[in-house]
Design a protein around this ligand. Sequence first.
Ligand SMILES: [Mg+2]
Length: 433
Amino acid sequence: MSGRMFVLADADSFYASCERVFHPELARRPLVVLSNNDGCVVSRSREAKLLGISNGTPWFKIRGQAQHDGVIARSSNYELYASLSRRMMRLMAAALPGQEIYSIDECFLRGFQDPQRTRIVCTRMRETVLQGIGIPLTIATAPTRTLAKIVSHYIKHQGGGIGDWDLLRSQEPDVLDRIDVSEVWGVGRRLTRKLQGMSITTAGDLARADPSRIRHLFSVLLQRTVLELQGIPSIELDDFDAIDGTRKQQLMCSRMFGQPITGLPDLSAAVSTYAQQASIRLRKQGSLAGMVTVFIATSPFNQDYQSRSGSIILTDPADDPLTIARAAVGTLPRMIDPHARYVRAGVMLGALTDAASYTTFDGMDAKRDNGLGTILDQANRKFGLQSVGIGWAGMKGKGRARQETGAAWNMKRHHLSNRGTTRWDELAVAKAR
Ligand SMILES: [Mg+2]
């Protein structure tokens, strides 16, 4: 597929921008949004950035000076952000095809062959979102996702707007040499250290590296990053968690199947299983998820290769396995091609917040694990992963895929007979209604 064009749309200072939507008096004022219990700065308006306030700063440390400087602080209002995100995503999906929601304020879209046309549509889309919702976007277009990320990063520093890779490179041919390698999408801190040891310190150095050497010394995933920097599309969204395993802003569970899967019931079983596995990690790190994204893909070696993704933004962040598995399975009906043979699926939990300090704006409780998750976690620790599960995942499988997924998807009789060994299944369904 030549001439593919990726469009990355990313809201500027999303939470801070959301706060301004219903409070126009906050426009042009330095504004910060604080994490739960007003702990740390999690979003800053441009004016607050110019004052030198950085993300993650504990509020108590800067409160005095900030208030002196006229900085306004807001507690995070997750429900508001989630609902504005949904509206914003819907408007963008109507403007361009192929939307893949990447985080609460960020999505990839597919551009057109004609760059002129893409630019016109992007400009219009940006105006629609700004006027319709009040959220400013930075929009970057590039032949690969990694380059789109670089363009976005670059123009954000210049105040946002719309940018294009070819245009940027024609104006500044050495732009990659001025970007630190650690800023490249998917290059974590750990990789940066090792790359620096090889004198690869900028994005430009990495782009000039020999892809096969990088694969030998690092991984096939970093090799794909090199190819992407060279303008060759090589990364699917679901590769990302694997590249940067250190990032805990999102949790991914994604696997190849032992055997291709066709049809909704089997795919639901797989996706539900992965969702529950991801939710184990979520509870382990004490987070709540605000968004559930599901990826499904057929074999890239087939002619009719297809890769799809769908997201659901949870009105209340959750760590409860039932809520998360339901949301994940709920994305499938509108994505699935009933005849396709899927070889891979993944579940990504995003928009994570700290469970310990989370309360909703109206004082309602989050969709907290009500004990079911804890019991599942204990059972899985004791008897092995996926020995116990709820709903679609209430099965115990044998065979090739067992170690990873707990299920041999094709051995239907086997997994049916084994479902009877777990009563948690019934417990979960009864509790849900
Ligand atoms: Mg953003």
